[in-house]
Design a protein around this ligand. Structure first.
Ligand code: SAM
Length: 260
């Protein structure tokens, strides 16, 4: 009998209908799936009906359980099961893949950004806490629009597909979850030097309710000229700018954010 471990964010999804809806959201041309946190393997079982799966699981007890459950698939190499902390991996596979997961919520945003940065990742269908899905899929102008929204909007087509009640899990989490789909259209490297752009965004959104002008802490006259060129109001707040404006401001100020 496997007991759910809180420290690994274990809430096992047990609703067959939701498992099927998740798999139906995966693009039809997917040739390989990476799953993070297969848990008791219920989602894995559905994913294996679509394509080979490579799965990363941190919990040794679950690895033992999964090795028993998927003996045949492991032997046939339809399933590759790795006992690893996925948050420490920068490239989840050496060939093109689609990421599908009911993510451990404590590390979900980190894992999603890792996947977006990985050039082999073609996109993802993941279940996360609803608040996080709203952030990743937010449009400029909405109060949820922050650094996560800018980064995902830069390179992905994004959609929240449906919400999932806590009652669909065992044990039930304290929050409502959402399944979202991000399809990659571009790579970050086509648009910016990512580490310095992320530092820039951290500064822009440091005090999200303040005016962007005061967050940026650059000589006021220089900023006013730049905002004037971009037709931005002096009192614009960080969530009100679109991705293009962020990229343009970054281009002009990037010397300040480049890693020395
Ligand atoms: N996929 C299963 C399901 O839908 O029922 C389990 C989902 S549960 C929310 C999250 C899973 O991620 C657990 O199996 C947990 O042990 C695993 N996990 C947590 N942190 C991890 C990490 N850093 N790397 C890999 N797996 C992790």
């Amino acid at each position: 009998m496997i007991k759910a471990k809180k420290q690994y964010g274990q809430n096992f999804l047990q609703d067959k209908e939701i498992l099927i809806k998740i798999t139906q959201a995966i693009p039809k041309d997917t040739k390989k799936i990476v799953e993070i946190g297969p848990g008791l393997g219920d989602l894995t079982q559905e994913l294996l009906k679509i394509s080979p799966v490579k799965a990363y699981e941190i919990d040794a007890d679950l690895i033992g359980f999964l090795r028993d459950k998927f003996q045949k698939e492991l032997k046939e190499r339809k399933l590759i099961l790795l006992h690893q902390d996925a948050s420490e991996i920068s490239c989840f596979d050496e060939s093109k893949y689609f990421l599908v997961a009911n993510l451990p919520y404590y590390v979900a945003s980190k894992l999603i950004l890792q996947a977006l940065e990985d050039e082999n990742c073609q996109g993802l269908v993941v279940m996360v806490q609803k608040e996080m899905a709203l952030k990743f899929c937010a449009e400029s102008g909405s109060s949820d629009f922050g650094a996560l929204g800018v980064l995902s909007a830069m390179i992905c087509e994004r959609k929240i597909l449906f919400d999932v009640s806590p009652l669909c899990f065992n044990p039930p989490p304290k929050v409502v979850s959402s399944v979202m789909r991000l399809i990659k259209q571009k790579e970050f490297k086509q648009m910016c030097e990512l580490d310095s752009f992320k530092s820039f965004l951290r500064i822009c959104f440091k005090s999200p309710r303040k005016q962007l002008l005061s967050n940026l802490k650059v000589e006021k006259q220089r900023l006013l000229e730049l905002f004037g060129d971009l037709k931005l109001k002096e009192n614009v707040r960080p969530h009100e700018l679109c991705v293009n404006s962020y990229l343009k401001i970054y281009e002009k100020l990037k010397d300040k954010y480049e890693r020395k």
